[in-house]
Design a binder for this molecule. Structure first.
Ligand code: TIU
Length: 223
């Protein structure tokens, strides 16, 4: 594997130094993916997200085989809700609120079964897991410091949901100077039309927030 190669992407190919590239997998948690979790309490059809799992697993396998830095994130809050803004907890009319007891434990609370990452994509002990209270992975976390420590300049971004935590994280990363490549088939939304538009928003205007590629293209490039 060459250190650097040209990755096919939209709006155009991007030269990536793979040694300065990390795989970031956003919020592939039972709370968003499975019935009875936070996503379903908000009124969403969680089956919409399942399509991203196999493509992410394939990219994760390839990344692990090359020794790429892998970062998993989890959205959630401390058991006492001290890091959960009242404006977030009170939002909308969910069937269960953040912190309420559900079938997978307390909704969106760290340490509960529903907060953890789905078994198919479970982190290795050697991989980084970032617990984040917000939608973006940089807000109130150590992610920026860690990426700097590892000399990371480029992020391959996967996860859910495309227009919420993936887009927020990409926007945060773009402002911090990272080149973000979002892998289209490795992201999903409860709203297919928001998935499509969320990807278009990233790559429009010459790549205003980043690039869009896919799992097969990345696997071919790094394997
Ligand atoms: N509701 C929704 O689409 N997403 C979130 O609340 N969090 C993430 O995207 N992870």
């Amino acid at each position: 594997q060459a250190n650097t190669s040209l990755l096919a992407a939209e709006p155009g190919p991007i030269e990536l130094n793979w040694r300065a590239t990390a795989l970031v997998i956003i919020d592939m948690q039972r709370d968003f993916m499975e019935p009875g979790g936070f996503g379903e309490t908000l009124g969403n059809d969680v089956s919409q997200l399942a399509r991203a799992v196999k493509p992410i697993a394939a990219v994760l396998d390839a990344a692990r085989a090359t020794g790429m830095l892998v970062v998993h994130t989890r959205e959630g809050h401390l058991p006492d809700l001290s890091d959960a803004p009242p404006a977030k907890v009170a939002r909308g009319a969910p069937s269960l609120r953040i912190g309420d007891p559900g079938p997978m434990g307390r909704i969106l609370i760290r340490g509960e079964a529903g907060h953890d990452i789905i078994p198919a994509l479970y982190p290795l002990d050697s991989e980084i897991v970032i617990d984040k209270p917000g939608k973006g992975a940089f807000y109130a976390t150590e992610l920026g410091n860690l990426l700097q420590k590892y000399g990371i300049e480029n992020l391959l971004v996967c996860g859910v949901t495309t227009e919420v935590c993936v887009n927020t994280t990409v926007r945060e990363a773009n402002d911090r100077g990272y080149r973000c490549v979002v892998l289209a088939d490795c992201c999903a939304s409860y709203f297919p039309e928001f998935h499509e538009m969320g990807l278009k928003m990233i790559k429009a205007q010459g790549g205003i927030f980043g690039w869009v590629s896919d799992s097969a293209t990345v696997i071919e490039a790094i394997s």
